[in-house]
Ligand binder design. Sequence first.
Ligand code: S6P
Ligand code: ZN
Length: 192
Amino acid sequence: MIAIPVLPFILTVDLESGWMEPHTSRLERRASALRGQVADAPALERLVADGDPVVYEVLQRDVPEVTGQLICCTTVIQAGTVGAEYFMTKGHYHADRTAGEVYLGLRGRGLVLLQNEDGDTEELALGRGGLAYVPPGWAHRTVNTGEGPLSFLAVYPGQAGHDYATIEHTGFAHRVISTSGGPVVRPKEAGR
Ligand code: S6P
Ligand code: ZN
């Protein structure tokens, strides 16, 4: 494959809202995108019936999806819960398991849940100015545990691709639950 040359460019990222300009794609994921991923499926269906709100959006500056390029995008996750479970991204492995990623927290508070195919799990607290390093081969999901939007900048290799199916099948090992004492990370098997 012949890589299309990309000229140097600058992007402006609003450090409060996570808005990126100029972006070339914008993806919205609504509550219904989390079907099969949450502990409280009836609560999710109520939310879907009640307007299926946007849970998060991703603004991206597209570049050729090839080795050597770096994809830059921002994600903004709204505050909220499905039952007691905080709003979160679907989560994925990179299709190319050699491709890592970095997240730079811009606004809000959250957790990045990570796990690899050996069964190891980690969680990283993400807040403004925090840089979360996602090594190659680790699935990653971001959870908004704050009271306002959580936004972060992501940079990852052009050839990474996204494998949603593998983690959808196994599920993440942990859930992040809102309790009166604050966010708690629980093993998935513990249910709600
Ligand atoms: C891409 C990177 C992020 C996520 C975004 C939405 O590799 O990890 O830009 O795509 O946070 O998450 P998801 O799991 O729906 O792609
Ligand atoms: Zn990723």
